[in-house]
Design a protein. Structure first.
Length: 564
């Protein structure tokens, strides 16, 4: 790929320049370092694609390293989910799986070295006092009264912290840098805190845990990472990242590079708020198909290709912002249109009886699997006297330019024939329950033998062969483009009350009944659907991945919202 082809990617340009200059011996080593305190979401996908993609492009390697330095928030469930989601997205770290906890012994020894050099000290102030002493952008920090403890006293206290002699909050180990520094991250940042919590890997071996800013860069150095790629909020942390490497005089110095996060309109990607939605049961777990987690998107039927495509299309820049979610939805439709087999399903059935078709007869019509892929072949769909069509395909009083079912109107049944509505049957409450029609036996396949024009086409299923199913109709989880950015309003106020509709009385063509979990289909004229984890042979269950068209566009245009 040439430097000017494709979307902008300044990180790639930097890596390419380093390789060309022979930096790090022309070697490229990246890493994806998730904290196992939640499930990965669509925002993480950009970092995954960037780190693994750059390593692959330049003949390098990408590690998976779990940043498991906070045992109070981390669980094995999250570790397993992260592994599963990265593999599903299409990437493999092979045997290079690491944990920051695997470096705890080395990190502790390095901390002792920094104390010995007079570059770290044990602070016995309370957390509030430390926070107050840091100052702010307008006010310089004030030095801790414990800042000038002797090396021996600091070593003794730190070893006692390690031995578990103190309660949480009694002491912290801080780097001794500059309390007047213009960058608040350099004002004697904490390196270790006391936490009497069980760790998912190390158990109760440790009761002091390194802070992210201390552990991250040193873990990169241990692994030989050349380019430590992270998001923009860590830009102000880069001087500290480099300070630890220099203070320890480490031979290998990784380079930190920051890029803008991937954010979408109508989506919340704060891990804290996603966890809140799970804990408060505002959604049905991390893999709820409405969630922007990779597990939720997979369960909804989104393809990994669509996610990788959108990550590539938005490019890599230094400026934060939100991408219109319609771009992501477009990529989903594009990939599913090219790959999803077509099937027929009627979500809200209305019976249609063909009076001039023999009662006991049936026949099977040819239907393509996917017109975008003629080589995929096709399948047979059964046809008989009684069918189901969509209720919305009938109007007793037809508006202008209505081409589907209405009294006296001829309509094409997709792949089958032409039928004309002759009579409307209603129940005692006046609701339409059945259409009585006639068919043209010479129109098998759906074409008029005399060349007459029939503009309306409807999908259908055979009542005799149809299988009952349940469908979950999912929509956007939020009604506001930026739920977190509306001043004076709680973001949860913008949860979409119509984000899920369960339709029970669905009828599907028989070939769908045995589809495996995860299989994706286009229900013709309805949308794209996926077989859910809870689906059974007795009751197939499908999730709507996305509609055939953007149903929000007209609403946004009408209300003057972004994206219109």
């Amino acid at each position: 790929m040439s430097e000017n082809s494709g979307p902008p990617n300044f990180v790639r340009d930097l890596v390419a320049a380093d390789v060309a200059a022979g930096k790090h011996g022309g070697r490229v080593m990246t890493r994806f370092p998730p904290e196992p305190n939640g499930y990965l979401h669509i925002g993480h996908a950009k970092s995954i694609c960037l780190n693994f993609g750059l390593a692959s492009e330049f003949g390098g390697l990408c590690n998976l390293r779990f940043d498991d330095t906070n045992p109070a928030r981390e669980e094995q469930e999250y570790v397993d989910a992260i592994r599963r989601d990265i593999r599903w997205l299409g990437f493999d770290w092979q045997e290079r799986e690491y944990f920051a906890s695997g470096y705890f012994d080395q990190l502790y020894r390095w901390a002792l070295q920094l104390i010995g050099k007079g570059l770290a000290y044990v602070d016995s102030q309370s957390p509030d006092e430390i926070r107050e002493g840091r100052g702010n952008f307008y006010k310089k920090g004030t030095e801790s009264p414990y800042r000038n403890r002797s090396v021996d006293e600091n070593l003794a206290l730190f070893e006692r912290m390690r031995a578990g002699e103190f309660p949480e909050g009694a002491h912290v180990l801080r780097a001794k840098i500059d309390m007047a520094h213009g960058n608040l991250n350099m004002r004697d940042p904490p390196m270790y805190r006391i936490k009497h919590a069980h760790h998912h890997r190390t158990g109760d071996t440790w009761c002091i845990y390194p802070m992210y800013d201390y552990a991250h860069g040193l873990s990169d150095a241990i692994e030989g990472v050349t380019h430590s790629i992270c998001t923009l909020e860590f830009e102000d942390h880069r001087p500290l990242y480099e300070w630890f490497l220099e203070a320890l005089a480490l031979e290998h110095r990784p380079q930190q590079i920051e890029f803008a996060k991937l954010n979408f309109t109508y989506v919340v990607l704060s891990k804290r708020r996603l966890l809140q939605m799970v804990q408060e049961r505002l959604v049905d777990g991390w893999d709820d198909p409405r969630m922007p987690t990779l597990s939720g998107l997979r369960r909804r039927g989104v393809t990994p290709e669509a996610i990788r495509n959108v990550a590539e299309r938005v490019g890599v820049s230094k400026r934060d912002g939100s991408v219109d979610v319609t771009l992501f939805e477009h990529e989903i439709r594009e990939h599913l249109n090219a790959t999803a087999p077509r099937r027929m399903a009627v979500l809200r059935p209305l019976k249609l009886v063909i009076e001039n078709y023999p009662e006991d007869a049936e026949e099977w019509f040819d239907a393509p699997d996917n017109p975008e892929q003629p080589e995929a072949g096709g399948r047979k769909v059964p046809f008989c006297r009684e069918l189901y069509i969509e209720q919305d395909d009938f109007r007793e009083v037809a508006p202008k330019k209505w081409y589907r079912f209405a009294p006296g109107q001829e309509v094409r049944l997709r792949y089958a024939c032409l039928v004309t509505c002759r009579e409307v049957v209603k129940d005692a409450e006046g609701r339409v329950v059945e259409l009585r029609c006639t068919w043209d036996p010479n129109s098998r396949g759906g074409d008029a033998p005399d060349g007459r024009r029939v503009r309306g086409t409807s999908h259908w299923v055979s009542a005799r062969h149809a299988v009952a199913a349940t469908v979950r109709l999912y929509d956007r989880l939020f009604t506001e483009a930026d739920p977190l950015g509306v001043e004076g309003r709680d973001w949860k106020e913008f949860l979409n009350p119509n984000s899920l509709e369960v339709v029970e009385d669905v009828r599907i063509e028989p070939s769908l009944a045995t589809a495996p979990v995860g299989a994706r289909f286009q229900f013709e004229r309805v949308g794209y659907f996926c077989v859910d984890l809870d689906s059974t042979a007795a009751r197939p269950l499908f999730n709507r991945t996305i509609g055939l068209k953007d149903s929000w566009a007209k609403l946004e245009a009408r209300e003057g919202k972004p994206g219109s």
